[in-house]
Write a new protein. Structure first.
Lengths: 286, 317
């Protein structure tokens, strides 16, 4: 059972709020990764406000009896922190400490400072799928029927460990796992197909033995049914992969679709424009 | 010099296998992962008796470390097994981020460490693993000396909450420590009390230190010999007490001088009790193919090397 279970209209409002949090957080410290964060906002909001079964408080590291979520591409921490705070894991005002000294909101997600909602550090890419597969196998050993979710970036698929884990998960029929690739076709140095072409990811993951779905990651009307399809596909002897099309920077026109906003913060003027586009609701902002 | 008796020589990796099997029977949360070296790591008995808790990962060590980190979430205690080289250097970043920095309760169990791996040569003879592992915050580093101690250490680390690097090896070595010993992490073991020189040894070098102690006794030198099975956390108190008495020290290990036990002892003494120190270990070089004995001789890790180092350090007092 999801603790919020919001309607699509409510999810849209929450997503706008989360996007405002993201641009404000990266602006405040003039660093961080807004592009992928904005692109994956609707996915995070869907999971935490509609799809996943979990309890935000008190946070339980072992997560028994709950769905688990892992973020492999840890650099999009702003969206995760905002969603965790808005979902009730910690106070929203703590978002103001992002990337500052003595904060629990490290540049990349970490467990060291005890931030609720985070179960493993990520940032060095390619490790999250292995961790998620391990957690899913423990759920099976514990006869816990809940699911494990993991998000990866598409550029991250250059890491060989991802394919080790993909092979292992299929071989071992880890079918309580829903992995998602944020297919925004962008990485730091340019387009994914220019830097190191990923080609036909559906064919690749199918060849590795996965059940593959595709989804539009920036449209709740399409994304929510896709996530439900993915849930229904679990328990059938194959790990489940969602290839999720998103647009980097979604919601802020001048950030959309360009790798240039992967890891660059907006200046004061750009922040104002972004906030206007994201329908500012000052009362709720931190 | 105290006498140490043994009835047989046994490999430390078999001590690990025996300890793991016992853990399987006594702790249902213990799970084991192996990267295609089940026989070499002596994990086959565990696999046979507990197939549902054994995970064959294939030749994919990075994935193995990530899987192990993930398996801790939900209360399992994963023991990973492969050669020391592939347990550390190959997967340093995975251990650093997903295990050590994430504070995960993973036991990284590493066989065939050091020169005594023998004929396979330098590609497999890792001599830097202790250094890499001890530099990681939260990591405990253990290098037991014989079969019985490796078995006891394997059982003990399951009770310790946090990541552990457990290092052991391939060759059969004298099995002289008590079968019923209680292994205390971070607690040095006094083997022989002496007054003239302190010898701090770890792993396979412990027995050689005992042999050196006998040779030194014949020369009228009374050596204090301490088994440092835990390199991190180091038993500062035991070492400072001994060195305070003998006023000189020799360290002995099957590892690079850089980053090993001797390096840790030098830091401890430099800060607290500057003392003449000699270090037995590999001096900034790779190994090569050969028999274990030939290699230990060629790279200066023999009993006679320890004797000579002890005489040298005594002359520097």
């Amino acid at each position: 059972m999801n603790p919020h279970n919001k309607s699509i209209e409510e999810l849209k409002e929450i997503a706008a709020q989360v996007r405002r949090d993201i641009v404000r957080m990266v602006h405040a410290v003039n660093s961080g990764h807004p592009g992928g964060s904005l692109g994956c906002t609707d996915y995070f909001v869907s999971l935490y406000f509609r799809v996943m079964n979990y309890k935000p408080s008190p946070f339980n590291m072992d997560g028994e009896g709950e769905d688990l979520f892992f973020l492999s591409n840890g650099h999009i921490s702003p969206v995760w922190y905002s969603v965790l705070a808005r979902a009730g894991f910690f106070e929203v005002k703590e978002l103001a400490t992002f990337r500052k000294i003595n904060s629990r909101l490290q540049g990349h997600p970490a467990t060291e400072e005890g931030l609720e909602g985070i179960r493993v550090a990520s940032g060095s890419l390619g490790q999250g799928l292995s961790v998620a597969v391990g957690a899913a196998q423990t759920k099976k050993l514990n006869k816990d029927n809940n699911l494990v979710y993991v998000l990866m970036g598409d550029g991250e698929l250059g890491e060989g460990q991802v394919w080790e884990a993909a092979m292992y998960a299929a071989h071992n029929k880890v079918d309580n796992l829903i992995a998602t690739v944020d297919r925004n076709y962008q990485q730091i140095d340019g387009g994914t197909e220019e830097v190191l072409s990923l080609g036909d990811l559906r064919a690749k993951f199918e060849a590795f033995g996965w059940h593959v779905l595709e989804a539009d990651g920036n449209n709740f009307e399409l994304l929510l049914p896709a996530l439900e399809d993915a849930k229904r596909a679990t328990g059938n002897g194959k790990p489940v992969m969602i290839l999720m099309d998103t647009e980097m920077g979604f919601g802020v026109d001048f950030m959309m679709g360009s790798h240039k906003w992967h890891g660059v913060a907006p200046n004061d003027e750009q922040l104002e424009i972004a906030l206007q586009q994201l329908a500012v609701q000052q009362a709720s902002d931190y | 010099m105290k006498e140490f008796k043994y009835t047989e020589k046994k490999d430390t990796r078999s001590g690990f296998g025996a300890g793991l099997l016992e853990l399987g029977r006594t702790n249902e949360n213990v799970v084991a992962l192996c990267a295609d070296l089940t026989g070499s790591l002596k994990m086959d008995a565990f696999e046979k008796e507990f197939p549902e808790r054994f995970f064959q990962v294939g030749i994919a060590e990075a994935n193995m470390m990530g899987l192990a980190a993930g398996m801790t979430i939900g209360g399992k205690i994963p023991f990973t097994g492969t050669f020391a080289n592939f347990s550390t250097g190959r997967v340093y970043d995975q251990i650093r981020q997903s295990i050590a920095y994430s504070g995960k309760n993973v036991k990284i169990c590493a066989s065939h460490a050091g020169l005594t791996l023998g004929e396979d040569g330098a590609t497999h003879q890792i001599l830097e693993d202790v250094g890499m592992m001890k530099m990681l915050p939260h990591m405990t580093v253990i290098n037991p000396c014989d079969f019985n101690q490796t078995k006891a250490a394997t059982i003990a680390i399951a009770e310790h909450e946090g990541p552990v690097y457990l290092r052991f090896g391939r060759p059969a070595v004298p099995n002289f420590t008590p079968a019923d010993q209680k292994f205390e992490i971070g607690k040095a073991v006094m083997l022989n009390e002496g007054t003239d020189v302190t010898i701090l040894a770890t792993g396979h070098l412990v027995w050689k230190a005992i042999e050196a102690g006998h040779k030194l006794a014949e020369k009228g030198i009374n050596a204090e010999i301490i088994n440092i099975h835990t390199i991190k956390p180091l038993d500062d108190e035991a070492i400072l007490a001994s060195v305070g008495k003998t006023k000189c020290v020799v360290t002995a290990e099957e590892h690079q001088l850089n980053g090993g036990l001797g390096d840790s002892v030098a830091q401890l003494l430099g800060r607290n009790l500057p003392t003449p120190l000699e270090m037995i270990g590999v001096n900034d070089s790779f190994g090569e193919s050969g028999t274990p004995d030939q290699l230990m001789e060629k790279y200066g890790l023999s009993t006679d090397n320890i004797v000579a180092a002890a005489e040298r350090v005594i002359s520097r007092k």
